[in-house]
Design a protein. Structure first.
Length: 142
Protein backbone atom coordinates (compact mmCIF):
# COMPACT_ATOMS: atom_id res chain seq x y z
CA UNK A 1 0.00 0.00 0.00
CA UNK A 2 1.64 3.27 -1.04
CA UNK A 3 1.43 5.90 1.67
CA UNK A 4 1.06 9.60 1.14
CA UNK A 5 3.18 11.89 3.32
CA UNK A 6 1.33 13.08 6.41
CA UNK A 7 0.96 16.86 6.35
CA UNK A 8 -1.21 17.40 9.41
CA UNK A 9 -1.96 15.88 12.77
CA UNK A 10 -5.29 14.60 13.95
CA UNK A 11 -7.08 13.58 17.10
CA UNK A 12 -9.43 10.64 17.52
CA UNK A 13 -12.00 11.18 20.25
CA UNK A 14 -13.70 8.38 22.22
CA UNK A 15 -16.03 6.40 19.96
CA UNK A 16 -14.30 7.65 16.80
CA UNK A 17 -11.79 5.99 14.49
CA UNK A 18 -9.07 7.11 12.12
CA UNK A 19 -10.31 8.61 8.85
CA UNK A 20 -11.93 5.95 6.64
CA UNK A 21 -11.85 3.32 9.42
CA UNK A 22 -14.21 2.05 12.11
CA UNK A 23 -14.14 3.29 15.70
CA UNK A 24 -11.70 0.59 16.83
CA UNK A 25 -8.90 1.78 14.49
CA UNK A 26 -7.33 4.78 16.21
CA UNK A 27 -4.44 5.16 13.73
CA UNK A 28 -4.37 3.54 10.31
CA UNK A 29 -1.42 2.92 8.04
CA UNK A 30 -2.83 5.52 5.67
CA UNK A 31 -3.45 8.17 8.36
CA UNK A 32 0.13 7.83 9.68
CA UNK A 33 1.91 7.67 6.33
CA UNK A 34 2.69 4.01 6.98
CA UNK A 35 4.37 4.62 10.34
CA UNK A 36 2.03 2.59 12.52
CA UNK A 37 -1.42 1.16 13.10
CA UNK A 38 -3.18 1.40 16.48
CA UNK A 39 -6.33 -0.60 17.14
CA UNK A 40 -8.38 -0.80 20.32
CA UNK A 41 -8.94 -4.55 20.37
CA UNK A 42 -11.23 -6.78 22.39
CA UNK A 43 -9.62 -10.20 22.60
CA UNK A 44 -12.00 -13.03 23.45
CA UNK A 45 -9.97 -16.15 22.84
CA UNK A 46 -7.29 -15.28 20.30
CA UNK A 47 -5.85 -16.10 16.89
CA UNK A 48 -3.98 -19.28 15.98
CA UNK A 49 -0.18 -19.29 16.33
CA UNK A 50 1.23 -17.14 13.53
CA UNK A 51 4.27 -15.21 12.34
CA UNK A 52 4.45 -11.73 10.83
CA UNK A 53 7.28 -11.24 8.34
CA UNK A 54 6.76 -7.49 7.86
CA UNK A 55 5.80 -5.90 11.14
CA UNK A 56 6.29 -5.95 14.90
CA UNK A 57 3.15 -6.34 16.99
CA UNK A 58 2.71 -4.87 20.47
CA UNK A 59 -0.08 -4.74 23.02
CA UNK A 60 -0.75 -2.37 25.86
CA UNK A 61 -3.24 -4.28 28.01
CA UNK A 62 -6.14 -2.17 29.31
CA UNK A 63 -8.37 -4.79 30.96
CA UNK A 64 -8.30 -8.54 31.52
CA UNK A 65 -5.39 -10.92 31.17
CA UNK A 66 -3.49 -12.31 28.18
CA UNK A 67 -1.55 -15.55 28.05
CA UNK A 68 1.21 -14.96 25.48
CA UNK A 69 3.74 -17.21 23.75
CA UNK A 70 6.47 -15.71 21.59
CA UNK A 71 9.13 -18.03 20.26
CA UNK A 72 10.19 -20.10 23.28
CA UNK A 73 8.94 -17.56 25.85
CA UNK A 74 5.61 -17.69 27.65
CA UNK A 75 4.19 -15.04 29.94
CA UNK A 76 1.01 -13.44 31.30
CA UNK A 77 0.14 -9.80 30.84
CA UNK A 78 -2.52 -7.94 32.82
CA UNK A 79 -3.74 -4.33 32.93
CA UNK A 80 -0.91 -1.85 32.46
CA UNK A 81 1.38 -4.46 30.87
CA UNK A 82 3.15 -3.92 27.57
CA UNK A 83 3.81 -6.90 25.27
CA UNK A 84 6.27 -6.76 22.35
CA UNK A 85 6.12 -9.48 19.66
CA UNK A 86 8.90 -8.99 17.07
CA UNK A 87 8.49 -9.92 13.43
CA UNK A 88 9.70 -13.34 12.29
CA UNK A 89 9.00 -14.98 15.67
CA UNK A 90 5.95 -17.24 15.88
CA UNK A 91 3.51 -16.10 18.53
CA UNK A 92 0.06 -16.67 19.92
CA UNK A 93 -2.01 -14.90 22.56
CA UNK A 94 -5.21 -15.83 24.35
CA UNK A 95 -7.45 -14.02 26.79
CA UNK A 96 -7.68 -15.67 30.20
CA UNK A 97 -11.01 -16.04 32.05
CA UNK A 98 -13.00 -13.85 29.66
CA UNK A 99 -12.32 -11.01 27.23
CA UNK A 100 -9.38 -8.63 27.50
CA UNK A 101 -9.02 -5.21 25.91
CA UNK A 102 -5.74 -3.83 24.63
CA UNK A 103 -4.26 -1.26 22.33
CA UNK A 104 -2.70 -3.19 19.46
CA UNK A 105 0.25 -1.21 18.09
CA UNK A 106 1.75 -2.43 14.81
CA UNK A 107 4.88 -1.02 13.18
CA UNK A 108 5.13 -0.25 10.38
CA UNK A 109 1.49 0.55 9.74
CA UNK A 110 -0.96 -1.11 7.39
CA UNK A 111 -2.22 -4.15 9.28
CA UNK A 112 -5.58 -2.36 9.51
CA UNK A 113 -5.93 -3.11 5.78
CA UNK A 114 -5.46 -6.81 6.51
CA UNK A 115 -8.20 -6.76 9.16
CA UNK A 116 -10.49 -4.80 6.80
CA UNK A 117 -10.04 -7.44 4.08
CA UNK A 118 -10.75 -10.27 6.53
CA UNK A 119 -13.80 -8.44 7.85
CA UNK A 120 -15.12 -7.93 4.31
CA UNK A 121 -15.17 -11.71 3.86
CA UNK A 122 -17.13 -12.07 7.11
CA UNK A 123 -18.78 -15.42 7.69
CA UNK A 124 -18.51 -16.44 4.04
CA UNK A 125 -14.72 -16.86 4.25
CA UNK A 126 -13.25 -20.28 3.70
CA UNK A 127 -9.77 -21.35 4.82
CA UNK A 128 -8.27 -20.87 1.34
CA UNK A 129 -9.52 -17.25 1.12
CA UNK A 130 -8.15 -16.45 4.58
CA UNK A 131 -4.80 -18.02 3.70
CA UNK A 132 -4.60 -15.98 0.48
CA UNK A 133 -5.14 -12.75 2.42
CA UNK A 134 -2.63 -13.78 5.09
CA UNK A 135 0.00 -14.54 2.46
CA UNK A 136 -0.59 -11.16 0.81
CA UNK A 137 0.26 -9.49 4.14
CA UNK A 138 3.24 -11.71 4.98
CA UNK A 139 1.46 -13.62 7.74
CA UNK A 140 1.91 -17.37 8.10
CA UNK A 141 0.25 -19.75 10.51
CA UNK A 142 2.90 -21.60 12.44
Amino acid sequence: MPNEPVTRGYVVHPGEGAPDRGPDVKASGRSTGGSLTVIEATIDGGPPRHTHSREDESFYVLTGMLDVECGEDRFRAGPGSFVFLPRNLPHVFRSVDGPATALLIVTPGGLDEYFAELSALAASADAAQVQTIQEAYGIARS
